[in-house]
Design a protein. Structure first.
Length: 391
């Protein structure tokens, strides 16, 4: 029967990293979960991400606080064995190329240190010794320790396998049906019929907008990435991912100038375990997954400007994914007002690999009738007006 407080059946909509994590943590709590996916696991943003598990890339405030907890959970799940072999611990090195970037970077480093992050400033000879491949014009580097990297689709696969829940593939949820009183969701509607449950979690990335009636608040944010051929010695010369200060500025533009902005470039050069480099990425107000020469060319030119030896490598692959951004720059996590059994976890923009496992655990607590462990009030779904939630 639908809508029973304390009931044990849950429908999770979406098998990206957030839905997969939610499914895993709910299963551990003894819930009977049905995981319904429009296409295939990790077929959207979670399968097209870089994979930085990073506090350094967050603005001070609720996202930085959440990211600290997100990394701590990655380490905990690695210790427990669930993420064995999947989480690579490494620093993030943020670099500034001119006076204004130096000023922004110094301010950001102070904020990170204020949150307890370990970091060190590198200039002059110390910078050249630590980062021999970085261009001589780079003025300042800040190495932020205790960060990491994980590949989104591997995390999704691990969560789903460990949960023991079969994924119901190729089964888009077309709407949510309310009970007669309109106080609970009674069923998720699919082409195969109505799926009833006690609780419903919408973790459908960009597909959440229609299901939650939040199309006004959500925006697609395309990102293009490039992968080089292997160059293990060069990759080993970088202690971790190299992030231009402009990356932060490109992210910030989403929050401050979302509607008006077009295409932004925020350069990150990530040395992968394979010895390849992942170079990203754009932020574009578009919803397609194509690549274009202009974007790829500018990403490569930016990367070579920061690390000249990359010019010797061939780019062997370009791909793109679509992030789901929210108008105010914060995700949507929590119970949906007006329904006692409907929860949302979506809109993680470029941070969902870092935050997905944590948010899945938080949502499992809410479904279980417990308070969240993290202050999720800034992420409350009720901060936006909803339209046409229920079919
Ligand atoms: C280019 C790029 C680089 C990125 N780099 C990083 C990074 O370095 N670090 C980081 O932390 N994050 C990064 N991200 C962001 C991260 O990938 C996302 O925030 C995260 O994957 C979102 O996970 P999700 O589960 O919310 O959504 P998704 O992965 O989009 O999954 C949602 C799932 O729901 C399904 N679905 C949609 N609608 C329906 C429906 N109606 N019924 C059933 N199923 C439905 C979809 O098919 C999909 O499988 C990046 C993203 C991109 C695109």
């Amino acid at each position: 029967m639908a809508g029973i407080i304390g009931g044990k059946s849950v429908v999770v909509v979406g098998a990206g990293i957030v839905g997969a994590a939610t499914t895993y943590f709910l299963s551990k709590r003894g819930f009977h979960v049905r995981l319904i996916e429009a296409s295939a696991p990790a077929s959207a943003a979670s399968g097209a991400a870089d994979g930085a598990v990073s506090v350094a890339s967050k603005r001070p405030g609720p996202m930085m606080t959440a990211a600290l907890r997100g990394i701590a959970l990655y380490r905990e799940l690695e210790r427990e064995g669930l993420f064995a072999g999947l989480f690579k611990s490494r620093p993030t090195v943020m670099v500034a190329e001119n006076d204004s970037e130096v000023e922004s970077l110094l301010g950001h480093a102070a904020a990170l240190a204020g949150e307890g992050m370990r970091l060190r400033h590198l200039e002059g000879d110390a910078l050249r010794r630590r980062l021999p491949g970085v261009a001589p014009h780079v003025r300042l580097a800040v190495e932020v320790f205790d960060e990491g990297h994980a590949i989104g689709y591997e995390i999704v696969r691990r969560f789903i396998a460990a949960s023991g829940v079969p994924v119901e593939r190729d089964s888009p949820v077309t709407g949510l049906a309310a009970n007669d009183a309109g106080t609970s969701v009674a069923a998720a509607l699919t082409a195969g019929g109505a799926v009833e449950a006690d609780h419903f979690v919408v973790a459908a990335g960009g597909g959440s907008a229609a299901l939650l009636g939040l199309s006004e608040a959500m925006r697609p944010r395309k990102g293009q990435l490039v992968v080089t051929e292997r160059a293990p010695a060069l990759a080993a010369s970088l202690p971790g991912s190299l992030m231009s200060c402009r990356y932060l500025l490109s992210k910030d533009a989403i929050r401050t100038a979302g509607e008006a902005s077009g295409r932004r470039f925020g350069l990150v050069i990530d040395p992968l375990r394979t010895g390849q480099f992942l170079i990203g990425g754009t932020r574009e107000d578009r919803d397609d997954t194509g690549n274009d020469h202009d974007a790829v060319g500018r990403l490569l030119a930016g990367a070579v400007r920061l690390m000249p030896a990359l010019a010797r490598l061939r780019a062997i692959r370009a791909f793109a994914g679509v992030r789901t951004a929210i108008r105010d720059g914060l995700p949507i996590v929590g119970r949906v007002p007006g329904f006692d059994n409907l929860f949302a976890a979506a809109g993680f923009e470029g941070d969902g690999i870092c935050l997905g496992p944590l948010m899945g655990r938080e949502v499992s607590r809410l479904v279980g009738g417990e308070a969240a462990d993290l202050d999720i009030a800034p992420f409350a779904p009720g901060r936006f007006e909803r339209r046409n939630l229920v079919a």
